[in-house]
Design a protein around this ligand. Sequence first.
Ligand code: PAF
Length: 282
Amino acid sequence: MQICRDLSSLRAACAALRAGGRRLGLVPTMGALHDGHLSLLAAARAAGADAVAASIFVNPLQFNAGDDLARYPRDEEGDLAKLRDAGCDLAWLPPVDAMYPPRNCSTIEVAGPSRGFEGDARPGHFRGVATVCAKLFLQTGADIAAFGEKDWQQLQVVTRMARDLDIPIRIQPVPTMREADGLAMSSRNRFLDASERAVAPFLFQVMRDAAVAMAGGALVPAALAAGRARLVTAGFAPDYLALASAEGLEPLDALDRARPMRLLAAARLGTVRLLDNIPVAA
Ligand code: PAF
């Protein structure tokens, strides 16, 4: 596995991997890799990539005052070993000033799917995500980029950004990897203490129950209110438990049989903010 830490060696390495019409897959990450990330590498290959690059960059632009950039888990050595074992061809680890050189002042704003939910909870977050992803796409020239469905709103924002800016890349959605008890895998799960870890899978259970109730005819606002109340009783501080259109993230207060829908949740458990989402059948 080749490791690049500056833009010119990255461009040369990517050009070599793409030589002769070979297709390059990209897995953007912020490190602290778990099996969910490794499933993205496999998904990029399954989607047609002949070689796969992964980036590890804790992007300061997507953290705001309420988020703790300094607290974000970092384990470069462990991450590189995992990427090597997973057959990754290239690791891109840019220093912050390679990504955002002094006097850099251009960012990308994606309106539509950035609004609401995480967009409200973390102002500026999706500007940071869209900007860094556009840069990664252009720096690598990747043909395919794999993104987990776990961050559903991010997946919609990045898909829309690439389409709107005519970046010739296919965004490959990859289903959420879950622990055996249903908890969605996340780098932040390591911050749950033992009692919080025992309660955490209840979020997924409440979401599934709400989705089943809605599909069975329960009124959407009542099913969501019941779900939020169960979360509070279990010790969560729910930020939102909401139904939305799957692509545009428009909030829905009734099932909409004309388009795919998603049940989205964010809830704090102790100091950890858990995010999850599932499809909802009409
Ligand atoms: O999902 C993440 O880890 C990050 O938001 C991403 C896509 C790597 C951009 O920094």
